[in-house]
Design a protein around this ligand. Structure first.
Ligand SMILES: [Zn+2]
Ligand SMILES: [Zn+2]
Length: 252
């Protein structure tokens, strides 16, 4: 009897210690706060939904004004961060209209009153997102219609945050990247070591390579790249290592 009880204690202690030591690692994987290039800028990455989309919260620490990029899912988690940090969300921006990037638009817009922005080329894609998601066995809620369509060269401003819109089609017709000082958010156009798939409706490999070449590879090497899925990189790293873009690929 005593032996049995001790064994239970050992298991109990093991579970408690596992939870204590693994939790920060698990949370750290899903939630990461970067130190921004700009003073007083807060950048948080949150991995959301079953397709592990990187949702970014970019905020001006002084004015507390914020922009949310690609709230694909997990609205309550995103809203908790917004509340904890005391942020006022001015804009929700979708890099493109695929269902995995827009699933929490509706809940976040309702909760924050923020303006929803997307490129017009992906408006119909966003409208059909619930249908797309069912083809993948998921059930994405529909998004409200965008308040405004953004185009190449537009500036999205929240406090001292200035996101410049770069049209980077090829993964989808209306795919955009967002450029801030020293960093670019590339959605599903460019990934660390890869590029976006081009076999979905609106996909075009040549267009994607052209987008990357003219709008992304022209940025300085030390520009940080924050992708729609997976880890961050830099333009220099991708120029050297990305098999779709380096010298060996014939990409000039
Ligand atoms: Zn996509
Ligand atoms: Zn995606």
């Amino acid at each position: 009897m005593i032996v049995k009880a001790q064994r239970h204690n050992v298991i109990y202690v093991f579970i408690v210690f596992s939870v204590i030591f693994l939790s920060p690692w698990l949370i750290g994987f899903r939630y990461q706060q970067y130190t921004g290039e700009k003073k007083d800028m807060m950048l948080i990455r949150l991995v959301v939904g079953p397709l592990q989309v990187n949702c970014f919260i970019l905020a001006d620490e002084k004015t507390k004004e914020a922009v949310i990029i690609d709230p694909g899912d997990d609205a309550q988690e995103i809203l908790k961060i917004i509340k904890d940090k005391g942020l006022r969300v001015k804009y929700i921006v979708n890099t493109h209209g695929h269902f995995d990037h827009i699933g929490a638009n509706s809940a976040l817009k309702d909760a924050t009153g923020a303006e929803l922005l997307i490129h017009e080329g992906d408006a119909s894609m966003m409208a059909s997102a619930p249908m797309q998601s069912r083809a993948f066995g998921m059930n994405t809620p529909s998004s409200p219609v965008a308040d405004r369509y953004v185009k190449h060269g537009d500036m999205i401003k929240a406090g001292e945050i200035f996101l410049k819109v770069l049209h980077t089609p090829g993964h989808s017709l209306g795919g955009i990247s967002l450029l801030e000082q020293g960093m670019v958010f590339t959605g599903d156009a460019l990934f660390a070591g890869s590029i976006g798939r081009t076999d979905l409706p609106g996909g075009d490999l040549m267009a994607l390579l052209r987008s990357i070449k003219t709008n992304l590879m022209t940025l300085p090497d030390d520009t940080k790249v924050f992708c729609g899925h997976g880890p961050a990189s830099t333009i220099g790293e991708e120029r050297k290592e990305n098999p779709f873009l380096n010298r060996q690929s014939g990409f000039e």
